[in-house]
Design a protein around this ligand. Sequence first.
Ligand SMILES: *Cc1c(COP(=O)(O)O)cnc(C)c1O
Length: 422
Amino acid sequence: MPMSQSFKERLFPIAAELAEHYGTPFHIYDEAGILATGERLKKAFASVTGFREYYAVKALPNPKILALMKDMGFGFDCSSIPELIMSRQVGGRGEDIMFTSNNTTLEEFTAAAAEGGCILNLDDISLIAKVPVFPELVCFRYNPGPRRTGNIIIGNPVEAKYGITHEQVISAYKLALERGAKRFGLHTMVASNERDYTYIVETTRMLLQIAELVENELGIRFEFLNIGGGLGIPYRPEDNPLDLDAMTKEITALIDDFKSDHGYTPRIYMESGRWMTGPHGALITRAINHKSIYRQYIGVDACMSSLMRPAMYDAYHHVDVIGKQDQPPSEVYDVVGSLCENNDKFAVQRSLPSIQERDLLAIHDTGAHGYAMGFQYNGRLRPKELLLRTDGSVELIRRAETNADYFQTLDFKEDVYSAKRP
Ligand SMILES: *Cc1c(COP(=O)(O)O)cnc(C)c1O
């Protein structure tokens, strides 16, 4: 089932009050759920030496959420300067941060090296010469190309713009050695929203094989292997969850084998975003219009500026009508926003209980890649974010955008340039 029963039981009874107090729409996140998921992850990986989760900041970039990750001992996976800044604001330092960018700029390298640096994960062999101050610890992102098939969100590795090829691996680490690197990691990220755990096991096996290859060729021992994120969650009620315990059991066996063959094991890092927070968020929005044309449309006060996934990936997000969540469906609706794009729909031809204007709807599983993907197209602004604390209190953790925010970038110093004519 998507959103947990426990989250529903704590949220739905107070949803009307919260809607009155804060106004709709808002994303609300479940602290208890996030902490329980983090503990579950740590427990499942307890038999893997030195396991560490680096939360993928892009999934839910809010300082209050990152602080929870920090408290659980997790690091941060960043790929932009604002993400680095935010991770450092909550106390992430040095090897708490992994910087994995693509098409990296000099400015980004400089920011990555600032304030105690971070683990630099290089995306291309050509970048080795461009890093201004080459760090002692370096990592490369590996793209297996035809050796693996990807999945729908991340695409086929051969067509993916990320990482170095299999053929480049040895020369990449050799060049890094020449630039003075002394400590090494290896990273990959080949799947997204993958609920088949064997995919992640195969990724671990693949990285262990590369570690062996590099050790044989260059005598390098890897400190860590980062198996990436991409663990999937059930968005549809009929979806099976990923079998985490089976996954970690098989990963542990692989690591143990490696240890008996090589006399050491690299630490295993992961950078899960969706699995950590996805199910622990919901978008609460109010039905404001019911339109009856060729189809029945329920217009709500949120639109795709709050949640892009349905429009972008044709993704399913479960919808509950709060207070009617246990009623059998009696209508078929498209639940839509107000943006001038026909894909601005949270649900298409969805069977739901009859909806009246002012009903509150909960759109499930918006805790990852939800708010974060929002945008301002069509002058539609991003909503606020709330956090349901473990003690039952609710805290505003980001205000809604205002018209003033929208116009802020038009407030600048006049700057007219006339091209010089020869
Ligand atoms: C997006 C991303 C992640 C997180 O992906 P999830 O599917 O949310 O687990 C991890 N690592 C990198 C490099 C990413 O780009």
